[in-house]
Design a protein. Structure first.
Length: 256
C-alpha cells in the first residue's frame, strides 16, 4: 500500500512512500530498534505486534554494521512524538499533564517518521484518556511553552461514525501534512507548532497548535486547510473552532 506525503509546494503529492518498505527491510527494523531504545517506560503506546528484533540491523558479510544503506531523507523540521496517559493508581489522583507525558521519539527523517508511526498504537486502539502529541522538536505540548504561550489552536471533535471509523487515516494524513510542511502555509512556514489527538469516550478530539493568534485571516486559511487534510465535510455538522491558549473558556475567535 502506498500513501502520499505533502510538502510546501502547491502540489499535495510530491512523493510516494510505500508501507511495504521503500528501503531495505533490515533498515526499517533497525530504525524501529533505534526508536524503541529511546522509549521511556512504561511503553503503553507500543503496538502489541511491533516488538523489533535487535538482530535486524543491516550487517555486512563480516557481521559488522553495514555502511552501504541508502541515505535517509531528512525532514525540514525535526518532530517529536509524545504520549500522555493518566496512569491511574489506587488511592491516588490522576497524574498531572506534565507528569503523565512520555517523550516517545524525535524523527529527523522520513524513514524514522514511518518507523515510529508503524511501531506505536493506532489512535483507534488507544486507551480512553490517552493523548498523542506531535510537536516540533524543542517545543513541549503545553500552552505554557514559550513557543505556544501567545498562540492558539484549532480544535475539532470527531464524533460522526464515518469519521471515527477512519480516525487512523485522519491522524496519519495530518501527521504527514506536518512533516511534509504542507499544513502551514504562512510566509515563514513556522506558525504551526504541533498537533494533538485526545481519545475520549465515543469521540476523539484533534487540535492544531499555532504560535500566533492575532492574524485571523492566516488562522482561517489554516482552518480551511485542516478541514481539507482531514477530509471532514462541513455538511456533516462537524465544527472547527479556533481558541486562544489559556482562555479556552472564552468564545472561540473563529468557527468553521
Amino acid at each position: 500500500m502506498c500513501t502520499q506525503i505533502y510538502c510546501r509546494s502547491r502540489a499535495p503529492l510530491v512523493a510516494v512512500i510505500s508501507h511495504a518498505s521503500p528501503f531495505p527491510l533490515g533498515l526499517l527494523f533497525y530504525l524501529i530498534a533505534l526508536s524503541t531504545n529511546s522509549f521511556n517506560s512504561p511503553p503503553s503506546f507500543m503496538a502489541a505486534a511491533a516488538a523489533p528484533s535487535a538482530a535486524a540491523a543491516p550487517t555486512d558479510e563480516a557481521g559488522a554494521a553495514s555502511s552501504s544503506a541508502p541515505p535517509l531523507h531528512n525532514l525540514q523540521n525535526h518532530w517529536t512524538m509524545w504520549y500522555y496517559t493518566p496512569r491511574r493508581q489506587p488511592g491516588r489522583a490522576d497524574a498531572t499533564w506534565e507528569e503523565g507525558l512520555v517523550q516517545v521519539h524525535t524523527s529527523k527523517s522520513v524513514e524514522e517518521f514511518w518507523a515510529v508511526l508503524n511501531t506505536i498504537k493506532k489512535p483507534s486502539t488507544m486507551e480512553q484518556g490517552a493523548v498523542y502529541s506531535f510537536f516540533k522538536a524543542g517545543i513541549k505540548p503545553m500552552w505554557e511553552d514559550p513557543a505556544n504561550k501567545g498562540g492558539g489552536k484549532w480544535t475539532v471533535s470527531i464524533t460522526q461514525p464515518a469519521d471515527l471509523y477512519r480516525l487512523d487515516t485522519i491522524w496519519e494524513e495530518l501527521l504527514m501534512s506536518c512533516v511534509g510542511e504542507y499544513l502551514d502555509e504562512t510566509p515563514t512556514g513556522n506558525d504551526v507548532t504541533g498537533v494533538m489527538l485526545a481519545k475520549k469516550r465515543n469521540l476523539a478530539k484533534i487540535s492544531v497548535w499555532t504560535k500566533g493568534r492575532d492574524d485571523l485571516a492566516v488562522a482561517r486559511r489554516l482552518g480551511d486547510r485542516l478541514r481539507d487534510v482531514m477530509a471532514i465535510a462541513a455538511e456533516g455538522g462537524t465544527v472547527l473552532e479556533f481558541l486562544a491558549h489559556g482562555v479556552e473558556a472564552h468564545d472561540p475567535l473563529l468557527k468553521l
